[in-house]
Unconditional design. Structure first.
Length: 366
């Protein structure tokens, strides 16, 4: 997807919202005398998530068991896959997992066993999504092709009338698409547009890494089980799909609840490419928290339920978001700015699908 125009955020912030918020957050870390990166809580969680991801897979390869048990273990592997993505890979590729660059690089590379690619992810997520959040034609995370209409600015098709019913079935295909086609298409598009997070890489080197990582990926998840297990090949493919569908469903839902809900906006620039708000204020209008006090949701989603805090402070590890939320919420209120959140995950899910129903209506009749 080509960006339609160069965008510019407003520089007018007479009340100095972000400067004030940033000062308060820095004071918090100074007062608590803790680093902004991860701590023992995150490292412990990383061990738990990697175990949830890899132990069930290892058991299926090494322990004799009924095939229905194998199927259940592949669901658990999918849950672990999403857990590693949200808690480890995500923080690491935002360079907030650790103070040490090599640790961030190593943990960020976990994306390769999740079927993704570091270069592509950093461009799509760190550059496009975090900069141009919810702006059609720029934020690829809200572009689902023609099959789902996530924005009121997207073209409406008759099939969208029932999108609130079928969309959930498509959400599970997220990571399987990474494994099969998305990475190739993205790399071609991003390298052609000279996009990068930091220094522009050597294209030949990136293509080589992509090919090698995909060969290694399929060798681990498909070829190895074919060689080790006395199971029909098509059942192994089904197990692979079950793992990905589980992870894709979780990751998609977490994203949708943070951005595609009624209380967030889909801003458009003017003809010159100017946006109404500063970058930080824009994040408040385009993100939403959900279940902020739910221990399990906080733990498992890697703080992605605190999307407001994450978007304003992406280089701060998610283990701090619950504490920072109070500061952000109070500061937003003080400056008369929105702070979007749903108290429960159930409420956020209901509102998301209700919103898809609204977006599915013919705009000419609304």
């Amino acid at each position: 997807m080509q960006a339609k125009q160069s965008l510019r955020f407003s520089r007018k912030d007479p009340k100095q919202f972000f400067k004030t918020l940033n000062q308060r957050v820095n004071e918090y870390f100074k007062e608590k005398n803790v680093p902004k990166t991860g701590n023992w809580k995150l490292y412990t969680k990383a061990i738990i998530m990697f175990s949830l991801f890899l132990v069930p897979f290892i058991l299926t390869l090494t322990v004799s068991m009924p095939q229905w048990v194998m199927a259940i273990l592949m669901v658990v592997t999918g849950i672990g896959m999403a857990g590693v993505g949200m808690n480890v890979m995500h923080d690491a590729n935002h360079e907030s997992f650790s103070k040490r660059k090599w640790v961030n690089k190593l943990m960020g590379s976990s994306i390769y066993i999740l079927a993704g690619n570091v270069y592509n992810w950093k461009v799509q997520h760190n550059v496009l999504h975090h900069t141009f959040t919810n702006i059609e034609g720029h934020d690829e995370d809200i572009d689902a092709g023609r099959i789902i209409r996530f924005s009121q600015h997207s073209k409406w098709l008759r099939i969208h009338k029932i999108q609130k019913y079928y969309s959930i079935l498509l959400y599970g295909l997220l990571t399987i698409n990474w494994a099969i086609t998305t990475d190739v298409k993205q790399m071609h598009r991003y390298l052609k547009r000279k996009l990068s997070y930091g220094k522009f890489p050597n294209p030949a080197k990136e293509w080589t890494k992509l090919v090698i990582s995909k060969i290694a990926y399929y060798s681990l998840w498909i070829v190895l089980p074919l060689l080790v297990l006395d199971v029909a090949w098509w059942k192994i493919i089904i197990g692979f799909f079950v793992m990905h569908y589980t992870a894709g469903m979780i990751l998609s839902l977490v994203f949708q609840l943070a951005h595609i809900v009624p209380n967030t906006e889909m801003p458009l620039p003017d003809k010159e490419g100017n946006l109404e708000h500063t970058w930080a204020v824009h994040q408040l209008y385009t993100t939403s928290n959900f279940a902020p006090t739910n221990w399990l949701v906080n733990f498992y989603t890697g703080g992605l339920n605190h999307q407001v805090e994450h978007h304003i402070f992406p280089h701060i590890s998610h283990v701090h978001y619950e504490k920072l939320a109070k500061i952000v919420k109070e500061t937003a209120k003080e400056f008369n700015l929105p702070y979007n959140e749903y108290d429960t995950m159930r409420k956020a899910i209901i509102e998301h699908f209700r919103h898809l129903g609204v977006l599915g209506k013919n705009p000419e009749l609304v």
